[in-house]
Design a binder for this molecule. Structure first.
Ligand SMILES: Cc1cc2nc3c(=O)[nH]c(=O)nc-3n(C[C@H](O)[C@H](O)[C@H](O)COP(=O)(O)OP(=O)(O)OC[C@H]3O[C@@H](n4cnc5c(N)ncnc54)[C@H](O)[C@@H]3O)c2cc1C
Length: 386
């Protein structure tokens, strides 16, 4: 059996920063990390499309499913940038998101590896953790290769909270979040079309809603893009798969001013209804709208009635899709172990010296570096305490 003062289970974002911080403050304590991958923080390599959006610039509305200001105030996005700078990582900000200056997630993993090497933190990689239990004051961790014991245990296993089943914690069921949404409508004709500067609103049956501004990408059977990923969090946090997505294709126009614009176009354009939206809404999305309006397309546009113009304005501002499922490849999970189980330092209220950090907890954020920031913040706070 291998014995350590502190064992960090999981060498992802939260576990690695936690171990680095803890070891740098407690050179005399023995600290090790156990992970099933063959490289520390390996998952970071795929984040942010290989660029790793490490944190955000400004807080946004509903960024997290709950208020975690008390934690962020102790280790903020800017504290993180300073901390990483001291470890050697330079970053830059692009549209409110911070990335490594190299534009590669590899740089983040490399500085984490360097820090772990410098501090001589033993890594037990390719160890699948099979069980965790308590024997008196000690925690016993059984992996596919070895048995470990420690006085202090940090649980940083990301989406997997199953290994705490020997312990009594309130847990919210996990639901995938930050992913594309499937729609009842077949959108084959719109596949790969992207619309920008749109306003997108998600409505749930419960009456809850959320709005995003930006880009939407159409898929054969659904909708994607950052706006949709962020709105998927509303579905995940409410644990439902059904609802509506409504797109306002021209948010800079009010309904009335859009009606006026369409009435002017009707009088000035010398085209059939089929081409009435050309120059205003890209093909084939404009054909999709006309199809929904059920207008006879070879009519000259000057024959449009006031009622038809009003219907056009309505559909442009309320293009609605029925959400019926999620696409796979979600970025995070909503749900997990409730923060109420822990004290202000993320230590279990019931089990002394057991800490939980990162995605294992019921804290989920929107796209834009919010999820990694939670991993860094929670890891740093625990690393400073143990
Ligand atoms: C494709 C993708 C892109 C993303 N992009 C971004 C982004 O750009 N910005 C952002 O803020 N967030 C992003 N996220 C979310 C972000 O990666 C997570 O929020 C973050 O990694 C959570 O950190 P963590 O330390 O809690 O868990 P993880 O990083 O998941 O670390 C957990 C570690 O535990 C190990 N482990 C799990 N179970 C076992 C076991 N039984 N035995 C041994 N080891 C185990 C895992 O291999 C892993 O190394 C992205 C997620 C995905 C999937």
């Amino acid at each position: 059996m291998k014995s350590f003062d502190i064992l960090v289970l999981g060498g992802g974002a939260s576990g690695s920063i936690c171990a680095i911080r803890a070891k740098s403050l407690n050179k005399n304590k023995s600290i090790a990390i156990i992970d099933n991958q063959n490289r520390i923080a390996k998952k970071l390599l795929v984040t942010g499309n290989g660029r790793c959006n490490i944190t955000f610039e400004n807080m946004i509305d509903k960024a997290y499913n709950q208020n975690i200001d008390a934690f962020l105030n102790r280790f903020s996005n800017f504290d993180l940038l300073d901390y990483f700078k001291n470890l050697g990582l330079l970053c830059f900000c692009e549209e409110g998101r911070y990335y490594p200056l190299s534009n590669s997630a590899k740089s983040v993993v490399e500085i984490i590896e360097n820090a772990i090497d410098n501090l001589d933190i033993p890594l037990f990689l390719e160890h699948e953790i099979c069980s965790i239990s308590k024997d008196g004051e000690k925690f016993i961790v059984v992996t596919s290769k070895e048995i470990f014991e420690c006085n202090t245990l940090v649980y940083a296993l990301g989406k997997s909270d199953k290994l705490l089943e020997n312990f009594d914690f309130d847990c919210k069921e996990r639901f995938p979040s930050l992913m594309a949404l499937k729609t009842k409508e077949n959108l084959k004709n719109l596949q790969n079309i992207k619309v920008s500067n749109v306003k997108v609103t998600a409505h749930l049956d419960s009456g809850e809603s959320d709005t995003e501004h930006g880009e939407v990408l159409f898929k054969e059977h659904g909708l994607s893009g950052v706006c949709i990923f962020n709105l998927s969090a509303l579905f995940a946090r409410n644990q439902v798969k059904n609802g509506l997505i409504s797109i306002d294709l021209m948010p800079n126009y009010t309904y009335k001013s859009l009606e006026k614009l369409l009435a002017e176009r009707k009088n000035t354009l010398n085209v059939t209804i089929k081409h009435f939206f050309d120059g205003m809404i890209i093909r084939p999305l404009n054909y999709y709208l006309l199809n929904k309006l059920k207008l006879q397309e070879d009519r000259p546009c000057f024959t449009l009635t006031q009622n038809e113009i009003s219907n056009m304005a309505f559909i442009i501002k309320n293009l609605t899709f029925s959400v019926c499922d999620f696409y796979e490849n979600n970025q995070v999970f909503s749900g997990g172990i409730e923060l109420d189980n822990l004290d202000g330092n993320l230590q279990s209220k019931k089990y002394d010296n057991l800490y939980i950090i990162g995605e294992s907890l019921n804290v989920d954020g929107k796209c834009g570096g919010f999820n990694l920031q939670w991993a860094w913040t929670s890891g740093f706070i625990v690393g400073s305490k143990i």
